[in-house]
Design a binder for this molecule. Sequence first.
Ligand code: FAD
Ligand code: 2HG
Ligand code: ZN
Length: 472
Amino acid sequence: MTALTAELIDRLEQVVGAAGLVRDPQDMARYLSDWRNAYRGRAALVVRPASTDEVAAVVRLCHQAGVALVPQGGNTGLCGGSIPDASGEQIVLSLTRMTRVRQVDPQNDTITVEAGVVLQQLQEAAVAAGRMFPLSLGAEGSCTVGGNLATNAGGTAVLRYGNMRELTLGLEVVLPDGQVWNGLRGLRKDNTGYDLKQLFIGSEGTLGVITAAVLKLFPAVRSTTTAWVALPSSEASIELIGIMRGLCGDRLTGFELMSRQSVEFVLRHVAGCSDPFGERHPWYVLIELGDTQPDASLNVLLESGLGEAFERGIALDAVIASSGAQVKALWTMREGISEAQNHEGPSLKHDISVPVSCIPRFIDETDRQLLDRFPGVRIVCYGHVGDGNLHYNISKPVGSEDAPFKAQHEAIMQVIYDATARFNGSISAEHGLGQAKRAAAARYKDPLELALMRSIKQTLDPAGLFNPGKVL
Ligand code: FAD
Ligand code: 2HG
Ligand code: ZN
């Protein structure tokens, strides 16, 4: 890697124009730290190309000069993948000016968008076409399609619709040497060899820059019903999802688990939230059903499932939202957990997955071990339980200082990841590896898988200029 010269800066400016360069340290600051301020870096420059041709020209110039690039979208990632290192020599390549919806094809049920389109704008474009784009997550007002693809984002509707891998039919990618691969095919069947788009999805900017994608659209959902249910144990959530799935099939679109600790943080820190029940309960689930029929009898299904759950002692209390405002309030209780936990000091995040059937044992065993070894830590456990994905996040004990807590991070992480490995799980279910979990991946991932990943990286980016220090 080499440092940036004045000549290279001039040539980059000729490509993207003055509006496409950010050089002022104050203006650059928001590109150099993440949402939680957990990762901070420095950069020589932020470059903001406005088209695929401009991205390709920027990449070619950096490739010739041996300058490293860090692709960035909305900068909402939780693993520091979009943050440059501390050298001040890397360039942040922000895709946020590439915001065109290139094509909507309702008959093919596809939409072609550029990488900088914000997820919420994509959802709105789908609605305008009489369809629905199902990816949904707390950061949807700021994260971009490019970031969603590069992290293979999940969220709250994976249970029914799948993650970004399953929602993508084609990609356009600028390769590390500046060549443009146009794989923008809207095909549901294409068995002409390796499925190359899947290499770039989830590659976190280490193999190329995603500039556009063809994504799947779905029929509009015209009726929904939402419930907040109190449970005696995490095990009850697994029994309840079985009941609801059996009754509702694909109408079950969301099933989110939250511990009491998670809910308490939200009640304390997120404005306008209130406990739907008079009593405290150990666990809660948020259930959502959806149907394409405007008058689908979803409440009948929901009440039937909950009735069985009450009879079997799986559910302790339940409220079914009776207005749009109540639906929003319940989702705010769920989506607000991330933000709420930030108010309680540093949070040690662990985005793990295990087989759904193992969730209760994972929680019981890991809770016990952690509380034995690190008395007083607050376990904020919640997540997409139907996908086997828990956000098993830890906050420091009440009244303790940040520094000694942070010093225990490695040891806490080891307890959690060792348990994940015992259940044949993954140390990153949906957030990726970035810089946060690179070392852990080297320890917990199969060596042969890692070797294959390295050889792919070497083939596509032999100079190692694409997001160095991330993933591998
Ligand atoms: P960035 O943060 O900018 O980048 C993320 C990674 O992708 C980096 O490695 C970057 O280099 C790379 N990248 C970005 N754009 C490109 C591109 N065009 N080409 C190549 N590489 C690129 N994630 C979930 O999966 N599920 C959730 O439920 C969820 N909820 C969240 C809630 C909150 C409150 C927050 C703050 C985050 C949440 N996230 C969640 C994490 C985050 O929003 C997602 O990872 C999102 O997909 C990142 O998009 P972004 O545009 O912000 O990407
Ligand atoms: C969620 O499901 C997100 O709310 C964020 O994936 C999880 O902040 C977290 O750890
Ligand atoms: Zn999540």
